[in-house]
Design a binder for this molecule. Structure first.
Ligand SMILES: Nc1nc2c(c(=O)[nH]1)N[C@H]1C(S)=C(S)[C@@H](COP(=O)(O)O)O[C@H]1N2
Ligand SMILES: [Mo]
Length: 237
């Protein structure tokens, strides 16, 4: 019976805008997290993460689809290409969250689809304009209800690759977990079933074959596969 605080109302508006309230129902329907997903939406969110989620961040200009360079994206894999059973595939989101998630590809694909045409830049001296389609990482993080101390995000990949990102970059609206490339399902070589894509980071920050996303309060001694061999950690573009 108490009137909504502006903060609550803002969050409710955010959830509606991003379609997250209906995702809660969809996930509940899958027997995944049950009805608690709705109730917990109104618990205090990590305020700094919440500020990042609600405040507009500067968007990187995108390219028209006609600018896509279909053959320019060079496969760059440090070791083996992992063989992932898509039916058994789960994306785990854990660490400093109130609601750890375990999502199938199907569940990710019922979330709002974002498509962007951006330039992928590899430090080895090549670049490619690519169109990626997938889910905003910020929507996934919001769904997992980050705790107040969450400041960094780790991506763990099926080939043993690992990466860590700062929270503002991870929550940028153009940082996506993608399952489509140039209008088609992502190929295994490019990271299927799920990889990171973002116009604000260099290629080595964009993990392929991501199976686990972990929110942490502090960086570990291991910061990333290439970073631990001397590459710069932030890797911004
Ligand atoms: N899991 C994993 N992710 C990875 C890599 C890798 O070897 N393993 N290579 C990185 C590098 S250096 C680049 S440039 C891009 C290349 O993506 P592509 O192979 O789809 O062109 O993936 C990045 N993500
Ligand atoms: Mo790269």
């Amino acid at each position: 019976m108490f009137p909504d605080s502006p903060r609550l109302w803002q969050r409710r508006q955010f959830l509606q805008l991003s379609g997250l309230s209906s995702i809660g129902l969809l996930l509940g329907g899958c027997g995944l997290v049950g009805s608690d997903i709705i109730g917990k939406s109104f618990e205090p969110l990590n305020q700094s993460v919440e500020a990042l989620l609600l405040n507009p961040q500067k968007l990187v200009p995108e390219f028209p689809a006609s600018a896509i360079e279909p053959n320019a994206l060079i496969i760059n894999t440090f070791d083996i290409t992992p063989d992932i059973d898509v039916k058994a595939f789960r994306l785990i989101i854990d660490g400093e969250v109130n609601r750890p998630l375990n999502l199938s590809l199907e569940q990710l694909q019922i979330m709002p689809l974002s498509v962007m045409t951006i330039r992928h830049v590899c430090v080895e001296g090549w670049a490619a304009i690519v169109q990626w389609g997938g889910v905003r990482l910020r929507d996934l993080v919001a769904l997992a209800q980050p705790k107040a101390n969450a400041r960094y995000i780790y991506f763990k990949s099926a080939d043993g690759y690992y990466e860590s990102w700062d929270m503002p970059s991870a929550l940028h609206p153009q940082t996506l977990m993608v399952y489509q490339k140039n209008g088609n399902p992502l190929s295994v070589e490019n990271g299927a079933p799920l990889r990171v894509a973002s116009p604000i980071k260099l290629g080595y920050k964009q993990s392929k074959w991501v199976t686990r996303i972990t929110l942490v309060s502090e960086l570990l001694p291991e910061k990333g596969y290439w970073e631990d061999q001397g590459y710069e950690w932030f890797g911004g573009l």
